[in-house]
Design a protein around this ligand. Structure first.
Ligand code: 7TS
Length: 416
């Protein structure tokens, strides 16, 4: 069979890839930057930076309005980015792609809009898990104002895996939604999301998936998962900050009232009554992050050059290497040992506060995250105030992991 141009993927080579990310060449505190905080945000390839610069230099105009060339051209690029997202996650239609600020706004949109629709009554239940980011806890707590949704929490095992039997037993006639993280940002656990969806759907309950950490690691197909909603942030897949995506099935998005009101989301307005535009514009009030969407499109183009499996396999290789090397350190314990794990490693070292670890290795230019990672309930589950976390992307190398180990050994010596 003859390959089409689109089928021919660029061979993955980490040294080549690193040249695409200019920030990786900079120094921090006199050392070459070792950036191991990719779960917080990823670095941007030159192609994304160029797309932003190009847009603001040559093409800037507001969209969906003027009949002049620049406005039409900006609109075309913005809508083209939506098409790229649609293809990227295999949605049925581009109108199922709502541009938002990020995962946080996507979940707030769903929680607020479903309340307004009276989809929830006071005392109805949303099933989440013990490993949710605050972005998938707090919106459900505040959506109804004084009226409360009850959160039912799937417990996790000591290894950091969801207890699926407990999940099934939490479902009852009050369960209105399951809202669950695909990959945990603090444990690295890859949840069996398809199984979770199938169980919920067998009881006719829709599922929202927080895909913030999954989307950078592997190919996500919303139709294959049969996700009702899927949320992610552009900045975690090598795109700009301030842009993200809410995917929703058409029938759900059509049933839901707008999240915010204003320009661009209406069809007619009088002082008495307003009618709303069709999807997706009903949910995109005001001037959106046009440059951000275009930058996200460029990030998707960047990723699409590669076979995503090559990137994923390489990240797994890094995960295995880093796990083995970290465990060489006396007194170091990894938090989160699920069988299915992405390249996110939380750890603690006996007698040393994670903040001290982070601060000391920063003096050698090594960036890791320390803290509760916006997942306080999981810290409580393990009885920890915080962990240190190294999260790896496909532009990281084994030699960077070696530098982390040298840094941690230095920390150990200082506290000996
Ligand atoms: N959900 C998960 C699983 C996340 O990891 C994050 C951010 C969010 C939601 C929120 O995403 P945002 O783009 O709307 O802020 N996680 C992290 C992190 O682990 N370190 O910094 C941010």
């Amino acid at each position: 069979m003859i390959n089409t141009i689109q089928d021919v993927k660029k061979k993955f080579d980490v040294e080549d890839v690193r040249k695409d990310f200019p920030i990786l060449q900079r120094a921090v505190n006199g050392s070459e930057l070792v950036y191991l905080d990719n779960a917080a945000t990823t670095q941007k390839p030159q192609a994304v930076i160029d797309a932003l610069t190009h847009y603001y230099t040559y093409d800037n105009a507001n969209i969906h309005r003027g009949l002049y060339f620049l406005s039409e051209f900006a609109t075309e690029q913005y809508e083209n980015a939506r098409l790229k997202v649609k293809e990227f996650i295999n949605a049925i239609s581009a109108s199922e792609i709502i541009f938002v600020r990020g995962t946080t706004e996507a979940i707030n949109l769903v929680a607020t809009s479903l309340w307004r629709e009276k989809y929830f009554n006071e005392g109805d239940e949303v099933i989440i898990s013990n490993m949710e980011h605050h972005a998938n806890i707090v919106p459900w707590q505040i959506a109804g104002g004084r009226k409360k949704i009850n959160l039912k929490v799937i417990p996790i095992t000591d290894d950091g895996e969801l207890d699926l039997n407990a999940y099934e037993s939490l479902i009852n006639e009050k369960t209105k939604l399951v809202s669950i993280v695909h990959i945990s940002n603090s444990l690295g656990t890859i949840n069996p999301i398809k199984k979770i969806v199938d169980i919920a759907h067998s009881k006719k309950i829709p599922v929202l998936i927080d895909g913030a950490q999954a989307i950078p690691h592997f190919k996500v197909d919303v139709q294959e998962l049969d996700a009702d909603f899927y949320a992610f942030s552009g900045h975690k897949i090598f795109g700009p900050t301030g842009i993200g995506v809410l995917y929703g099935k058409t029938e759900l998005l059509e049933m839901m009232p707008p999240y915010q009101g204003g320009g661009d989301m209406i069809r007619t307005v009088t002082f008495e009554k307003t009618t709303f535009d069709d999807l997706p514009r009903k949910f995109e009030a005001g001037t959106p992050n046009i440059a951000g969407a275009i930058g996200l499109g460029a990030a998707i183009d960047y990723l699409n050059q590669f076979d995503r499996n090559d990137l994923c396999n390489y990240e797994n290789e890094l995960l295995n290497y880093a796990t083995a090397r970290l465990l060489e350190i006396d007194g170091l314990k990894i938090i989160g040992n699920a069988k299915e794990k992405a390249s996110v490693i939380s750890f603690v070292i006996d007698g040393i506060h994670p903040y001290d670890i982070g601060t000391i290795i920063d003096t050698d230019g090594i960036a890791i995250r320390t803290g509760h990672h916006c997942t306080q309930p999981i810290m409580n589950r393990y009885n920890l105030p915080a962990t240190a976390r190294a999260s790896l992307s496909f532009y990281n190398t084994k030699s960077e992991i070696d530098k982390l180990i040298v840094g941690l050994q230095k920390v150990k010596k200082m506290f000996a």
